[in-house]
Write a protein that binds this ligand. Structure first.
Ligand SMILES: Cc1cc2nc3c(=O)[nH]c(=O)nc-3n(C[C@H](O)[C@H](O)[C@H](O)COP(=O)(O)OP(=O)(O)OC[C@H]3O[C@@H](n4cnc5c(N)ncnc54)[C@H](O)[C@@H]3O)c2cc1C
Length: 297
């Protein structure tokens, strides 16, 4: 197996163009599983770990530009205040060892419906930056997932970064698995309240062929909060609102029965997670200072 080891981003993109069959490897926590189990035997690996740019995060126009090679551990320790939803999701991933190696870029490229970064990125309206020797382009994360473990990248492209605007309101993440750690989600849900725009963001994991949003639930909740003046008054949620939100979230899912759970269980779990995360997020909104402008980054 040949090991390509670019040290700059330009070299990495050239190597990607010259060796389209080479498999990129960053943290290796997906790639090495495939190699160790004999499912993957690439002639070449394109090692991205020496490309320093990929491990950087910066701020650009009020958004965090998170390099594709930033580990979950660093998202938690360095960005927990700016990107709370993604950090919550990151805390549920694997073990400390996996969080030290695994990256958001690797999660995006794998594009598993069960990947934990996705619901948080969807709820936060993240934008994926991909690049090739032809140039770079930005893809809204909603358009990034094209099928089970498939994404919108062309064969010569790499994930450069993901852009996430720090929230003006609370974010939550909830995951159900057979235990509390080292577990693939049976179902997962990410929620973001955006009081500055009076909108709601959602992300569903492990309950459809791709990670997806729940548009009907988002519109319903934003509309109800608006109509009752609740964004400003921060009064208690009307009875039944959170439960209805949960039903609408489940209505946007399209789960299957598999070894981890049944479709019916996943739908029930989603409605419960959506109801609970909304209750937690609203409690946080009610006690927040009232500064609805996006947090400074
Ligand atoms: C024990 C264990 C537990 C796990 N638990 C979880 C969990 O709880 N939740 C979860 O979501 N995941 C989990 N995973 C899966 C894995 O850790 C994540 O998907 C992680 O985000 C992968 O990141 P990585 O950097 O290790 O990717 P890699 O393994 O290096 O790569 C993953 C894929 O992305 C491609 N790739 C990597 N970087 C780039 C790039 N910059 N541009 C283009 N393609 C790229 C690779 O070619 C490969 O196809 C677990 C894995 C293990 C082994």
């Amino acid at each position: 197996m040949e090991f390509l080891q670019p040290t700059t981003w330009a070299e990495a993109l050239e190597a990607r163009a010259a060796h389209p069959d080479a498999v990129p490897i960053c943290g290796g926590t997906d790639v090495m599983v495939g190699i160790n189990f004999g499912h993957l035997r690439p002639a070449q690996l394109l090692d991205l770990t020496r490309v320093a740019d990929l491990r950087e995060w910066t701020t650009e126009e009020h958004a965090v530009r998170l390099g594709a090679g930033v580990s979950y551990a660093r998202v938690i320790t360095e960005l927990g205040d700016r990107l709370p939803g993604l950090a919550m999701a990151a805390r549920t991933i694997g073990s400390p060892q996996i969080r030290n190696r695994g990256t958001v870029g690797g999660n995006l490229a794998t594009a598993s419906p069960a990947g934990d970064a996705h619901p948080a990125l969807l709820a936060a309206d993240a934008v994926v930056e991909v690049a090739s020797v032809r140039g770079s382009r930005r893809i809204p994360v909603t358009d990034f997932y094209t099928g089970p473990k498939r994404n919108a990248m062309d064969a010569d492209e790499l994930v450069a970064a993901v852009h996430i605007t720090p929230p003006s309101g609370p974010q939550q993440y909830s995951k159900i698995g057979t235990r509390n750690a080292m577990v693939i989600a049976v179902a997962a849900f990410g929620l973001a309240l955006h009081p500055d725009r009076r909108t709601v963001g959602t992300g569903i994991g492990s309950a459809a062929p791709t990670p997806r949003r729940a548009p009907a639930a988002e519109e319903f909740l934003a509309g109800e909060l608006d109509a009752a003046g609740l964004w400003e008054s921060r009064a208690e949620l009307p009875a039944g609102l959170a439960a209805r939100f949960g039903e609408l979230v489940a209505g946007s899912a399209a789960p299957i029965d598999d070894v981890r759970g049944t479709a019916g269980y996943r739908l029930h779990a989603l409605s419960v997670m959506a109801r609970r995360t909304l209750t937690w997020a609203w409690a946080e909104h009610r006690t927040a200072s009232g500064n609805d402008s996006a947090k400074e980054v």
